[in-house]
Design a protein around this ligand. Structure first.
Ligand code: BV8
Length: 237
């Protein structure tokens, strides 16, 4: 395997499935109970803010009750080892709104679709760490307005830090996608972006995804097994 220096990693709901957090598109997925349009769009929030606040209040509680699994721990170990040996760059771009990467010890984590444990004031634009509920319209700690929404990127909204992500994809020698269905853009296009800049591409997923065709290699199985094995492989090279 050619010398790997810069690694770009994309994670999705599948990496947190074994921590008990529901994914979106499985038969017991979140979108079975709540049509996307009603709870993960600005229009849905305008139409029924109480439903949307309750949906994310429940997700926030689930996140707080969940624990990182072996896949999160393996990525945290890789992050630390890569920093210590100064082998190159590493970035974990996650589509997930949970904080399990961070709680496992990873430091270079980018939440492109926002975070369950953050509240965003639509009056003054301030963001605040938030572990409680938002359904009762608590005042913004900065401006006092009862105008806090989940700090989540909904459909039709621009994902966060896209420039930083594209720069990491352009420099990556290796792009690894873990636990994502490849159903949502722009995240689903990252594999092609990385490959166009010469990166090798690897998919670790429970089953074939909508993007599997774009990867040099796809390994199928649970993240808690595939990710630790892959990290061992990388650290041995
Ligand atoms: C934007 C936060 C533009 C919310 C999320 C038509 C064609 C193409 C694109 C579009 C289109 N119409 C609209 C669009 C754009 C749209 C889009 O892509 N729609 C799709 C449905 C077609 N995208 C957007 O709107 C994005 N914004 O484009 O902005 C713009 C431009 C200028 C100015 C303003 C705006 C924003 C999208 C972000 C939406 N927010 N999440 C929340 O969490 O509630 S999306 C959400 O679904 C995730 O974050 C993720 O991105 C996406 C897919 O979820 P996954 O993480 O992949 O989970 P999923 O359940 O789907 O799959 C799980 C996988 O894990 C499975 O493959 C399974 O096999 C595997 N798995 C399960 N268990 C395990 C496992 N793997 C390993 N181990 C296990 N144990």
């Amino acid at each position: 395997m050619a010398e790997i220096r810069n690694i770009a990693i994309l994670t999705g709901a599948g990496i947190s499935a074994e921590s008990g957090l529901r994914t979106f598109r499985a038969e017991d997925g979140l979108w079975e109970d709540y049509p996307i349009e009603e709870v993960a769009t600005p229009q849905g929030f305008r139409r029924d803010p109480d439903l949307v606040q309750r949906f994310y209040d429940a997700r926030r509680e689930n996140v707080l009750a969940a624990q990182p699994n072996a896949a999160h721990a393996a990525l945290a170990r890789l992050d630390a080892e890569w920093a210590k040996t100064e082998r190159g760059e590493l970035l974990i771009v996650t589509q997930n709104i949970d904080d399990l990467h961070e709680r496992a010890g990873a430091s270079r984590v980018l939440h492109m679709h926002g975070e369950a444990l953050s509240a965003w004031c639509t009056a003054c634009d301030a963001r605040h760490p938030w572990a409680g509920t938002l359904r009762d319209g608590p005042p913004c700690p900065a401006c006092g307005a009862a105008a806090l929404r989940p700090d989540i990127v909904w459909f039709g909204e621009m994902p966060y830090q896209m420039e930083r992500i594209f720069a990491a994809l352009a420099r990556a020698d290796l792009f690894v996608s873990i636990g994502t269905s490849g159903a949502v853009y722009p995240a689903a296009g990252f594999v092609q972006q990385a490959a166009s800049h010469g990166a090798r591409t690897l998919e670790l997923n429970l089953e074939r995804s909508q993007g599997s065709q774009w990867f040099d290699e796809s390994r199928l199985g649970p993240a808690s097994e595939l990710v630790p094995a892959w990290v061992e492989e990388v650290l041995e090279t």
